[in-house]
Design a protein around this ligand. Structure first.
Ligand code: SF4
Length: 242
């Protein structure tokens, strides 16, 4: 049921969320991780201060602007926690709009079902840190091998899928150094586009843990070069403070 989808944010059209798409953006409330650098913290720890929105707005928009909106992005928070996600995606697809799902990868069963049902045109997966004990610092949670196994499964699903996939990494010095990034570059499969983004200090979930330091432009260049040494499609977003 789409009313089982807790939507706390909605952008009617955006050019920023999906390359080559004018996309509506559906933002789910709530997340099971606490990444200190998270710039979407309003949809994580601040969700109770946000009004729960009527999901019918999504379908009204698609009806009103059919032919102009050419995609719907589901992000958050963490959309795979929402029991109404499959129903929402199915209704969007029935209206002819491609779907991009951005997930932290902790719910591979949901991702697997949605892929099997043909409800995801583009899968965007967070690539926070190497998938070992370093992951937990980046995710802001205590060590839990079940979480790690789940995220590993999501990466395997992404690697095996036929469609478009993206990987997203926030370059936050407090949780990710060059050595860790090098390990990620080695482990990550090469069939997707790898987006690297500057950490936005001062507006994040846990500023104390995330720290104030940002990587410099030169350091960002080094990360990009390291990624490009193994991956063909790398996009660096330098952000506002670099
Ligand atoms: S960055 Fe982390 S805390 Fe923020 S929405 Fe994504 S998974 Fe959740």
């Amino acid at each position: 049921m789409s009313n089982a989808f807790d939507m706390r944010g909605f952008i009617e059209n955006s050019l920023l969320e999906w390359d080559d798409h004018v996309a509506a953006v559906v933002i789910a409330g709530g997340c099971n991780l606490r990444c200190p650098y998270c710039h979407s913290w309003r949809y994580v720890t601040g969700v109770d201060d946000l009004e729960r929105l009527d999901t019918e707005a999504v379908f009204a928009l698609l009806k009103r602007q059919a032919g102009w909106i050419n995609g719907v992005v589901f992000t958050g928070g963490e959309p795979t926690l929402q029991p109404g996600l499959e129903s929402m995606l199915r209704r969007v697809k029935e209206r002819g709009a491609p779907v991009k799902l951005h997930t932290n990868g902790t719910r591979p069963d949901v991702v697997e079902t949605l892929l099997r049902e043909g409800l995801i045109d583009c899968l965007a997966l967070d690539c926070k840190a190497p998938l070992d004990e370093r992951f937990f610092k980046a995710a802001g949670i205590t060590q839990d091998s079940a979480v790690l196994e789940s995220v590993q499964r999501s990466f395997a699903l992404a690697a095996a899928m036929d469609g478009e996939r993206e990987y997203h990494t926030t370059l936050a010095p407090a949780v990710l150094d060059f050595a860790a990034f090098g390990d990620m570059a080695t482990a990550l499969e090469t069939g997707g586009t790898w987006y690297l983004q500057q950490y936005e200090n001062g507006d994040c979930l846990n500023p104390r843990a995330a720290g104030s330091r940002q990587y410099t432009n030169d350091e960002l260049d080094r990360f990009e070069a390291l990624a490009r040494s193994r991956h063909d499609r790398v996009v660096l977003k330098r952000g506002r403070n670099a």
